[in-house]
Design a binder for this molecule. Structure first.
Ligand SMILES: *Cc1c(COP(=O)(O)O)cnc(C)c1O
Length: 381
């Protein structure tokens, strides 16, 4: 049933031309000779992985990265040909499909390498792997001080080929902690030389995420893994006060006014009665709530834009509805456009703005825009 034209008017607009712009802008800032792995995990940070991957592929990106095997399968089924790294590694019994679909596994346990080796041996082929090293993030990866044992274990695995060595930064977004980032780089370089000493010849040496690649040029090596900045989300993950590539937002979120009501002085609005009308007020009801990813923490904090002016959220954001004050926007009426993220006339609200209001980062805002909100693709695909 085609109901898309009959839907509740709450939608996210995904501007693929801006995505392609950000890729070009980031590449020329970082250096065109450095390969770029576009991180499209988590449905491209909520923007829609297949549409984004397709456009990044036609924009010439060398690699894509996803978090899970399932995300990689989705892209292959959509016809994406570009090499895909699965950052979350392989789980038992996935090995054959990794090989069938040419998904490249990240390896951070010896048993993963052994299972992949076995699957490749059965086909008398070699499987390329990217080995993740934990140099201080304290999360995914082999500990740098255990690499001797890892290399011993790998020595018996003739059907794996270490194509990449990678690590991930904990505080590249914070220039006051640059010393820690430098320490991670030094630790990683030592591990790279240990691999080389044992006869491995990794083609890719990669460390940098968006803040690493932009703010710490010495981390660029020959491949950078870019997520946030491709989606125009630089505002809160890039350090302030440095030179950065020009970026444009890729996601905007809109809805329309469902109802307008006059409230009298002293009446309260919404669950918990957290807002009391201070004088006679005009309140607009808008069909977006926390199930759509418009977070409850934004209650009584955020603004939306209506007719180019800010309308403050009043009362609690509920699951499906939000109420905003349009007392000062007398021309507002039922059906009028409401900009939740995006620009209207001279004003704009970014994912970074919403993030700042509730002490999170823009990635969590865009990732959080749920499947109930259709993605409307703008630009060539
Ligand atoms: C998510 C992720 C990235 C991308 O980080 P951004 O800050 O979005 O550029 C890079 N590398 C790894 C391992 C990741 O998990």
């Amino acid at each position: 049933m085609r109901t898309s034209s009959l839907q509740r008017p709450t939608w996210a607009e995904i501007d693929l031309d801006n995505l392609a712009f950000n890729l070009r802008s980031a590449k020329s800032f970082i250096g065109d000779e450095i390969a770029c792995m576009a991180v499209v995990k988590a449905d491209s940070y909520g923007h829609g992985a297949t549409a984004c991957a397709r456009r990044l592929e036609s924009g010439g990106v060398e690699w894509l990265a996803v978090a899970t095997f399932e995300e990689g399968v989705e892209l292959r089924e959509a016809g994406i040909q570009t090499p895909i790294l699965v950052l979350g590694g392989s789980w038992p019994r996935q090995e054959d499909l990794f090989l069938d679909l040419r998904l490249t596994p990240t390896v951070f346990r010896v048993d993963q390498a052994a299972s992949l080796n076995e699957a490749a041996a059965a086909r008398t082929m070699t499987v390329a792997i990217h080995v993740k090293i934990d140099t201080g993030m304290g999360r995914v990866g082999f500990r740098a001080d255990e690499i001797g044992d890892v290399l011993d274990a790998f020595a018996g695995l003739d059907h794996i080929m270490v194509e990449g060595l990678m690590t991930h930064f904990a505080v590249a977004d914070d220039l006051a902690s640059s010393e820690f980032t430098q320490k991670q780089v030094a630790t990683f370089e030592h591990v790279v030389s240990q691999f080389r000493d044992r006869g491995h010849d990794p083609k890719y040496i990669d460390m940098a995420n968006s803040p690493g690649a932009v703010a710490h040029p010495y981390t660029r090596s020959n491949l950078v893994r870019l997520g946030g900045i491709l989606y125009g989300l630089g505002g809160d993950v890039l350090p302030a006060g440095i030179d950065t590539p020009e970026l444009r937002p890729v996601m905007a979120v809109y809805t329309r006014i469902a109802q307008i009501k006059d409230h009298r002085h002293g009446e309260t609005i919404g669950y918990g009665r957290t807002f009391t009308a201070n004088g006679d007020m005009r309140i607009a009801l808008v069909p977006i709530g926390y199930h759509d990813g418009y977070r409850r923490a934004l209650s009584n904090r955020a603004n939306v834009l209506i007719h180019g002016r800010p309308a403050p959220v009043v009362g609690r954001v509920s699951m499906d509805w939000t109420t905003v004050d349009v007392t000062d926007i007398p021309e507002a009426g039922t059906g009028d456009l409401v900009t939740v993220i995006g620009s209207d006339a001279d004003l704009s609200i970014t994912a970074e703005d919403l993030a700042r209001q509730i002490e999170t980062i823009s990635y969590e805002i865009t990732c959080g825009i749920s499947r109930r909100v259709p993605r409307i693709i703008k630009g060539d695909n």
